[in-house]
Design a protein around this ligand. Structure first.
Ligand SMILES: NC(=O)c1ccc[n+]([C@@H]2O[C@H](COP(=O)([O-])OP(=O)(O)OC[C@H]3O[C@@H](n4cnc5c(N)ncnc54)[C@H](OP(=O)(O)O)[C@@H]3O)[C@@H](O)[C@H]2O)c1
Length: 292
């Protein structure tokens, strides 16, 4: 079993889709993460239009960090057109055995590694065949190319379907003040019941929480959350990490920042314990309504 860090570095915006870090800056950021205890890195084949895995692999090689010191999560299944994949004619999902295995082989080459710690199916396909997924995962696990398997953005019934054929070790879902449904729709209950690691993507709403938005919904949400943050002398991002980390399912935030100081805020928040009453103050600010 891999030892995933509680705070995970999401690299989606480290490359072409965001900060556009060069190899040295990316290597420095990987080293910085490791120094503060963030040893798990979250990838997907499509990030940066199919370019970020390879850029990250280059940076990792330059860093000279031993492979065993880190854990790699990556995803497959979204067929997205990019300069690297001009033959894809329309965006769709592919969860066939052949595609899953090919995608892992490409990720291994890009990331310059011989194994993936956690492979995720990126999105549930309405036409996915669990037998195809199982055959791929069995083959990948027995060849040692993949250590653990999970899903992303799956509903509890979709997880149940796959989990009945092959152990699902993770469900990576969107959780933030903008997206609270996993707390009440059975997703986090199922993680606790079945021993599934919940990873929370876009904990800051992809940055929406800080953006200068004219959208009244976001403005009101930020205003309500800021009142609670101010009351306890927390920064807004610190408060959201405290909120996620308090849940008994051991949510692992996948932090999207490309700045080490901001990633460190997530790490430091692991040292603060909030009360249940404070958790509900944040919940109420996020939903905008008192609990019944
Ligand atoms: N499974 C899925 O379907 C899925 C979908 C989306 C994302 N993900 C994963 O989740 C990770 C996180 O997603 P995300 O990037 O949307 O996460 P996020 O942490 O919600 O947002 C990160 C963005 O917010 C900005 N930000 C963070 N803290 C800030 C602060 N204190 N002040 C101002 N701006 C701040 C960051 O900019 P700076 O870089 O300048 O700090 C960055 O652009 C991704 O990297 C990816 O690994 C998975």
């Amino acid at each position: 079993m891999s030892n995933y860090s509680r705070i995970i570095a999401g690299v989606m915006k480290w490359g072409a889709w965001g900060a556009q870090l060069n190899t040295s800056s990316m290597a420095k950021l990987i080293e910085g993460c490791l120094e503060i205890g963030v040893s798990t890195f979250d990838h997907a084949d499509i990030y940066g239009g199919h370019t970020t895995e390879a850029e990250w692999g280059q940076a990792f090689q330059q860093s000279g960090i031993q492979r065993e010191k880190i854990q790699l999560v990556t995803k497959c299944g979204i067929m997205m057109q990019s300069d690297q994949r001009p033959n894809i004619k329309a965006k769709h999902y592919d969860t066939s055995k052949g595609h899953i295995i090919n995608s892992v082989d490409t990720s291994l080459r890009n990331l310059k590694t011989d194994y993936i710690d956690m492979l995720l199916i990126h999105r549930p396909s309405p036409i996915m065949n669990p037998n195809e997924i199982v055959k791929a995962v069995d083959e990948l696990k027995s060849s040692g190319k993949v250590k653990q398997f999970g899903v992303s953005n799956f509903t509890p019934s979709q997880v149940e379907l796959i989990n009945s054929c092959v152990k699902v070790d993770c469900n990576q879902i969107e959780i933030s003040p903008f997206e609270l449904s996993s707390f009440t729709d059975g997703t986090l209950d199922q993680c606790m019941l079945e021993g599934i690691i919940p990873m929370a993507w876009s904990p800051m709403g992809g940055g929406k929480l800080f953006a200068h938005s004219s959208d009244p919904k976001s403005l009101n949400l930020r205003e309500r959350l800021s009142v609670v943050a101010k009351k306890y002398d927390w920064s807004l991002d610190e408060m959201i990490y405290l909120f996620l980390l308090h849940h008994p399912s051991d949510i692992r935030p996948v932090v999207g920042s490309s700045k080490i100081d901001r990633i460190k805020i997530a790490v430091d928040s692991m040292h603060t314990i909030i009360s249940d009453a404070q958790w509900f103050e944040i919940w109420t600010a996020a939903t905008g309504v008192d609990v019944p």
